[in-house]
Design a protein around this ligand. Structure first.
Ligand code: ACM
Length: 455
């Protein structure tokens, strides 16, 4: 059983016998690396030594895997379960093991986000980078600026795939402050930090539609297309004050030490736009938080120390580290889970490059500590209009990513694959995750006739 664990632990020592399940778990503090745990299972009971609350959470996840797929069901359906005896010692390779979830392009309900948090926890991932705002939707209620959600929170139609056709179907939704506080608390109880993102000065058309005075035109519409919009926030004093207030409200809800402000894909940006980004970064710093931006912000003069999400390529992350920033590696060449999973034409709405399960498993960041905080997979949702579509794109690639983020030492896909196929996929089945089968989509997972934009 111990050779089925995912992500693979630092060390395991199987011992003879088993312990009945459920049994009480005796949790004790221990001097172990951050997030580390040691499980000692013998016929008489289970001891869980934990470095911290995260270590306890991870140890409990390992225990669940040792019990078997049934332990991942919402209710117990069998009796006579047991856990094999042995010792597991474990701690993560990277401090930041993240996944971005884009709830702006396609809204995910609160219940769906909570479920996603459970799935991250089951994989010992510890950062949910929640992309709350974009051209196509604003999902974060700010009571002082109600039009952000009443206008910016929905759109009358969405582009179907990448071909330009519209579906003519309204789409929307947003989270109240209390919804988000609930998500944050639920995640924290599972050792996950929710890092919120408000994207400025591009990817902001929903905000412009709500308050056109933030821009240069008299009216804007929440975008119903995908792509890179040329509409940017106007980098004026009043726009700055507006977004300082928006971020201040964000800080009241999200205790995360890192707060993301976007900064990506700003065609036509001027020095004033770059200064606007710098001033908002300084604003977050002055309030005791570390700003995070996508690697485009490296072009901003006099940028304070930030966390840089290196998405355009690995070289951007190296450049960020040289400039004194911390880096989260999330390059689109490797860990963009909205990109297609094979070159087969049956892949639904195929966009981006082919990132197979094996490719994702092999991902190795070019940077090392101390500047490297960790790695992050990204689930952009332009073409993921339901939670079933998110499941399909995220899993099982996110399972492979989780092991690359957690486990040190060489990775051998031939060793990983049977562990995933024979032991981890049944866990996902028990959780009700509609992952992509290893040999391709099920008929209802295809999207015949909907064009993508493969690269
Ligand atoms: C990004 O993919 N624009 C960060």
């Amino acid at each position: 059983m111990f050779d089925t664990l995912l992500p693979r632990p630092v060390s395991v020592t199987p011992l003879p016998g088993s312990c009945p399940w459920p049994s009480p778990v005796d949790v004790r503090p221990a001097d172990l690396p951050a997030e580390g745990y040691r499980l000692e299972i013998d016929p008489g009971g289970i001891r869980l030594f934990a470095a911290d609350a995260a270590g306890e959470s991870h140890g409990r996840q390992t225990l669940r895997q040792l019990v078997g797929p049934d332990a991942f069901r919402a209710a117990s359906i069998h009796s006579g379960l047991s856990v094999p005896c042995g010792v597991v010692e474990d701690h993560p390779r990277f401090a930041w093991r993240g996944c971005l979830l884009d709830v702006a392009r396609h809204f995910r309900t609160k219940a769906e986000v909570l479920r996603f948090v459970d799935l991250l926890a089951a994989h010992k991932l510890n950062v949910l980078n929640l992309h709350l705002t974009d051209d196509q939707g604003w999902r974060f209620d700010v009571p002082r600026f109600p039009r952000l959600t009443s206008v910016g929170g929905w759109r009358p139609s969405s582009m179907t795939g990448s071909g330009g056709a519209q579906d003519g179907r309204p789409h929307g939704g947003f989270y109240t402050g209390d919804d988000l506080r609930e998500i944050v608390a639920y995640a924290a109880a599972r050792a996950i930090t929710v890092v919120p993102e408000i994207d400025i000065p591009g990817h902001a058309r929903a905000a412009l539609a709500a308050y056109p005075a933030l821009g240069t035109s008299s009216s804007y519409e929440v975008w119903t297309s995908w792509g890179i919009s040329t509409s940017l926030l106007s980098p004026t004093k009043s726009t700055l004050d507006f977004f300082r207030a928006v971020f201040d409200h964000l800080l009241e809800i999200f205790p995360s030490p890192v707060i993301a402000l976007g900064g990506d894909e700003t065609p036509g940006a001027t020095g004033e736009h770059r200064e606007f980004v710098r001033l908002l970064a300084e604003h977050l710093l002055a309030r005791g938080r570390t700003p995070m931006g996508w690697d485009e912000v490296l072009d901003v003069p006099d940028l304070p120390p930030m966390v840089i999400g290196s998405w355009q390529n690995e070289a951007a992350g190296l450049r960020a580290a040289e400039a004194g920033h911390d880096v989260v590696m999330c390059p689109e060449q490797h860990v963009y889970l909205d990109h297609r999973q094979s070159a087969h034409p049956d892949e639904p709405i195929p966009v981006g490059w082919v990132h197979t399960l094996e490719d994702v498993y092999a991902y190795e960041p070019a940077l090392t500590e101390p500047r490297l905080r960790g790695v992050q997979a990204q689930v952009w949702s332009e073409h993921l209009d339901s939670v079933r579509r998110v499941d399909y794109m995220a899993f099982p690639r996110l399972s492979a990513f989780a092991e690359a983020a957690w486990s040190s030492g060489p990775r051998d896909y031939a060793e990983f694959l049977p562990r995933l196929r024979d032991h981890h996929l049944p866990r996902l089945d028990a959780l009700g995750v509609e992952y992509r089968p290893l040999d391709g989509p099920l008929p209802w997972q295809t999207r015949p006739g909907v064009p993508g934009r493969p690269r």
